[in-house]
Write a protein that binds this ligand. Structure first.
Ligand SMILES: *Cc1c(COP(=O)(O)O)cnc(C)c1O
Length: 405
């Protein structure tokens, strides 16, 4: 069994699980209590906060633990919007937010929700390479703009946005900048100070930590409305009894991610580049979705004309390879991924996509087996496809009128 779906989630490392275990057993205290067990829990949280802060070059007090990337995205966006809504008067109403068309659903759906409250959202295009243009961003800014929320890197196609340049623009116009860096931490360097980031979403389970834990980095001085009201944990910003074992595991995952970053980047990229070279030369009409260079070292996203991604995934699983088509969140829906559509890819062709996301458990020795498996499955599916001409080995482009009644 080869697992190449690390952008969906990653296994919890034994080293990390071992750190968590005592906090389920003997050290089960509530961090709000005054006796030794409570203090022990509190100390564990503060240690983790430092480990998390270190990974992204933040100060520990700027890290607030959440239940994961989804909550962090929701909180950052709605928190800024609600703060503004409270301040707004009938003459002075700032209600504009800028994002991109290829954000994670946690961002896009939060923005769509805000539209129902009267906010106006600009969804920047990303062109065929999957990257926004800074000129478009600057042009979209108005005096009502309160927030720019653009992801650090994309969860489907792995393209990396010009975060540093976005930070500069946000700073120039004095607009809060939120970035979803869930896919970036542990894969490429992320530095909130260098990049002028005000709010940053991160999650544990994509970097070999436990699920259901993440954090929102809130730069000192950035004001946003509370998302969870209650007993005042997390410095009054995010109430609820802390999930200590998960927090401990997340901290350890961040420590390891920082320690091994360079080595993992090289490891991932070597496998990624071999896979890319071999697939593109071996399989006719195979393409890469998104920029070839400005992408995460552990992500490669192929497109094969004439086949269905769902069938591809199921047949690859039979051969022992776990991979994805589109994003995990939309794998039950049949419409083409919003990310691939934003790249301008014909929905019929977008369906034949395959995401391989590499992790530390993969090895370069697996490459040939993976390429063989994909080649075989693609051939089989194409032989059954009405959209593939097996004699000339090419895609049959259908006349548009076939689809209209
Ligand atoms: C996985 C992911 C999320 C959601 O994080 P969870 O911790 O699973 O809620 C948000 N954004 C991106 C880019 C992701 O890849």
């Amino acid at each position: 069994m080869i697992y190449m779906d690390n952008s969906a989630t990653s296994p919890t490392l034994e080293e990390i699980f071992k750190e968590m275990q005592p906090y389920y057993e003997k050290k089960f205290g509530n961090a709000s209590t005054l006796y030794k067990m409570g203090l022990e829990a509190k100390k564990a949280i503060e240690k983790s906060r430092k480990q998390v802060a270190n990974l992204i070059n933040a100060e520990p007090q700027e890290i607030i633990f959440t239940s994961g990337g989804t909550e962090s995205d929701n909180w950052a966006i709605k928190g800024i919007a609600l703060k503004e809504l409270k301040k707004a008067t009938s003459e002075n109403k700032r209600n504009h937010i800028i994002t991109s068309q290829i954000e994670h659903p946690a961002v896009l759906e939060s923005c769509k929700f805000l539209e129902t409250l009267g906010f106006e959202i600009t969804y920047l295009p990303v062109y065929t390479n999957g990257i926004i243009k800074i000129e478009d961003l600057e042009k979209a800014i108005k005096k009502e703009t309160i927030l720019i929320t653009i992801m650090n890197s994309n969860n489907e196609i792995g393209t990396i946005q010009p975060t540093k340049e976005i930070g500069k623009i946000a700073n120039k116009y004095n607009i809060t900048f939120h970035s979803d860096a869930v896919q970036s931490i542990g894969k490429i360097p992320v530095d909130v100070k260098k990049d002028n980031i005000d709010l940053l979403s991160i999650s544990s389970h994509k970097i070999y930590g436990p699920k259901g834990i993440g954090a929102l980095f809130i730069k000192k001085g950035t004001k946003l409305e509370k998302f969870m009201h209650g007993g005042g944990q997390e410095n009054g910003k995010r109430s609820g009894t802390e999930n200590i074992p998960a927090i401990v595991g997340f901290g350890k995952a961040c420590e390891i991610a920082k320690r091994d970053l360079k080595q993992n980047m090289e490891h991932n990229q070597e496998i990624r580049d071999q896979l890319t070279k071999k697939i593109l030369t071996r399989i006719p009409e195979s393409f890469v979705n998104g920029d070839l260079v400005k992408r995460l070292p552990n992500n490669i996203h192929f497109r094969f004309s004439g086949i269905e991604g769902e069938a591809l995934i199921l047949r690859l699983e039979e051969k022992g390879l776990c991979a994805a088509t589109g994003s995990a969140c939309s794998s039950e829906k049949l419409e083409a991924s919003h990310v691939l559509t934003a790249l301008g890819i014909d929905p019929a062709l977008a369906h034949g996509s395959l995401r391989l996301s590499i992790g530390i458990e993969n090895s370069i020795d697996e490459v040939d087996e993976i390429v063989n498996d994909i080649d075989e499955v693609v051939k089989t599916l194409r032989n059954m496809s009405p959209l593939w001409d097996s004699i000339n080995n090419e895609y049959i482009e259908l006349d548009e009128s076939v689809f209209t009644e």
